[in-house]
Design a protein around this ligand. Structure first.
Ligand code: ADP
Length: 604
């Protein structure tokens, strides 16, 4: 097995070897060139210079000699001796720098001839001999010698010059071949480098790209993918590990699929026998699944689009569920009416987003549940009917009863003793309270059943508050409470039914007075908000414990353990109904022993 490490070492090692070879080759070639130039400069050039020097010294000696033949100019032996020394030094240099075949013979011959020549010219230059004789001797013996020595020196010069030319050509040829060799080495290195980079693509890049593509495929869910591996190197091993991982994932998915299928079937079975209308919508708003009741009674068929089912509230409800990621119910009165088999039914739709991930991020659909509220609605209606009928029926005899007690208390039918007067007074108070309770019940029934027609007119908040508080100012003062009114006069007008909103303030103020001890403060405030004008009645009374706050607006709910003489728990539910039919909302904040704030909004 050739591992990736070895392949890389092989490739990089090859490149390194090529670089080393080129380097060595270049160094050798440069060295060879250097020594070739050395030959030319050091050896041949020295001989050329020496031959030239010899020739010049000879010429000088000859000129000196010729001058010595003239009568007025006698030659000086010292000058000739200087030139002789110069010649001999040059000859010595030449003898010590013999490099070419035949050169030594020529130099030796020059040495021999020069010795003879020197002897002759010393004799010829001396004035002990007659001028005529000296001239003859010069022409006869010295001149031929001089000519031969010069020829030999010239030959040495020529042969060395020829060799220099030859060496020069050789160096040029060497440089050319070195140039070609280095070029060849570079070209072959480039080819090798290309081969290596191609190989490394094959060894590393291609398998890695294949791995990346396969990883992407697996990420997109293609677990059936198998990566083909031909090599056994690290990448080959990685590919095998990848294949093993895909196999494992396939197994896990298969078992997950089976579990999912089981759960799906079980859910389907359960859903099929469920009597409630339930439907599951996919993220595109298409019905994925629906119970028999949803299909039969609401026409919510699987595959149908929410927008095309004919329920105007449905698309909005699904969208809100997705946006909030929780459960939303239909706003407004919250019911849809449906006639099934000629009978009227009431359903309350609720949509719950199905979380996409276990942490609840995103949504993969919405469950729609239509709660059957028919029975509850019928019971409510029945209760309303009973309460209304009973209240109506009790109202007439109660009025007669109160009238009679009134006449008795006022002693129109005869005098009463103190005890009788006291008993009748308390009977009168109780019957008044009974009348108030019946009024409350009848009011509530009227508002709930929509019989109380709204007569909305624009009302200035400041006036509305002042007029609503007016009837209670006496009670507030009498109980020793402080009243603070904080309603800016520039607030915009609200749309309100004057008598009903007075009723709201009456209920809130009655409670505030009732539950605030003397010395306390009642503050009535109004301020502008996004939803309209927010009115609040705040007291510094006993406050309400948190566990009761949630139910405080329910009908007949009273905080346990309080004075039986107060109402029967209808006041706040009347408040809520009135505010609701105005399109507003109610709320309360309270702290035990510190007080409560009741507030409600009215649209402007
Ligand atoms: P009721 O007509 O019997 O007073 P309400 O519906 O007006 O009934 O009030 C319900 C209950 O809420 C009261 O019984 C009382 O316990 C509590 N409550 C209402 N207003 C206040 C308040 N301002 N401070 C403390 N408790 C209050």
């Amino acid at each position: 097995m050739v591992s990736l490490k070895h392949k890389l070492a092989l490739g990089f090692g090859g490149l390194l070897a090529i670089i080393a070879v080129i380097g060595m080759l270049t160094i050798t070639q440069v060295d060879q060139l250097g020594s070739a130039i050395d030959v030319i400069l050091k050896q041949n050039y020295r001989s050329v210079a020496a031959a030239q020097e010899m020739k010049e010294a000879l010429e000088k000696m000859n000129i000196d000699l010729l001058q010595s033949f003239s009568a007025e100019h006698l030659s000086s032996p010292t000058t000739i001796a200087t030139d002789e020394t110069r010649f001999r030094q040059a000859l010595q240099t030449e003898l010590g720098n013999i490099t070419l075949p035949g050169e030594k013979e020529k130099a030796d011959r020059i040495a021999l001839l020069f010795d003879n020549y020197v002897k002759i010219i010393y004799a010829v230059s001396s004035d002990s001999m007659a001028l005529e004789k000296r001239r003859d001797r010069y022409f006869m013996t010295a001149l031929p010698l001089l000519s031969e020595i010069k020829t030999l020196a010239q030959e040495i010069l020529d042969m060395n010059q020829a060799n220099m030319n030859e060496a020069n050509h050789a160096a040029r040829r060497l440089a050319e071949s070195a140039h070609n060799r280095i070029l060849l080495a570079i070209a072959s290195s480039a080819v090798l480098a290309l081969i290596f980079s191609y190989q490394s693509r094959r060894w590393i890049l291609k398998p890695v790209s294949r791995l990346i593509a396969s990883a992407n495929e697996i990420r997109n869910g293609n677990l059936d993918l198998v990566i083909e591996t031909t090599s056994n190197d690290e990448i080959g091993q990685l590919s095998q590990a990848f294949n093993q991982m895909a196999t494992k994932l396939r197994q896990v998915r298969r078992s997950d699929d089976q579990k999912l299928e089981r759960t799906r079937k079980a859910t389907q079975e359960v859903m099929n026998i469920l009597p409630a209308p339930i439907a599951i919508f996919d993220p595109e708003g298409r019905v994925d699944f629906a119970t028999q009741s949803a299909i039969r009674n609401f026409g919510i068929e699987p595959g149908a689009s929410a927008a095309k089912l004919g329920y105007s509230w449905l698309p909005d409800l699904l969208r809100q569920a997705v946006e909030t990621g929780g459960t939303v119910e239909l706003s407004g009165n919250g019911f849809i009416q449906k006639f099934i088999n000629s009978r009227e039914y009431f359903f309350k739709p609720a949509a719950t987003a199905i979380p996409h991930t276990p942490d609840g991020i995103g949504s993969s659909g919405v469950v729609l549940l239509l709660h059957d509220m028919t029975q509850a609605q019928e019971q409510k209606e029945l209760k309303r009917g009973v309460v209304s009928t009973v209240s109506h029926q009790l109202r007439t005899p109660l009025t007669a009863l109160r009238m009679a007690i009134h006449l008795l208390v006022e002693q129109r039918v005869g005098p009463l003793n103190d005890k009788q007067a006291e008993l009748l007074q308390s009977a009168l108070e109780e019957s008044d309270r009974l009348a108030e309770i019946l009024d409350d019940l009848l009011d509530l029934h009227r508002i709930e059943s929509g019989k109380s027609r709204l007569n909305k007119t624009p009302q200035k908040p400041e006036t509305l508050v002042k007029e609503s508080i007016e009837p209670f100012i006496f009670d507030i003062r009498e109980k020793g409470l402080k009243l603070v009114i904080d309603v800016p006069s520039e607030l915009p007008e609200v749309q309100a039914d004057l008598s009903l909103i007075r009723h709201v303030f009456a209920n809130l103020l009655t409670n505030a007075i009732r539950f605030t001890p003397p010395g306390g403060t009642i503050t009535v405030n109004a301020q502008a908000e996004l939803a309209g004008i927010c009115f609040s009645v705040e007291d510094s009374g006993c406050g309400i414990a948190p566990e009761h706050l949630k139910r405080i607006f329910d009908q007949f709910y009273r905080v346990p353990g309080q004075d039986e003489k107060s109402g029967i728990g209808l006041g706040l539910s009347i408040v809520r109904e009135i505010v609701n039919i105005h399109g507003g909302t109610v709320g309360v904040e309270s702290t035990i022993s510190k007080g409560s704030v009741f507030h409600f909004t009215l649209p402007v």
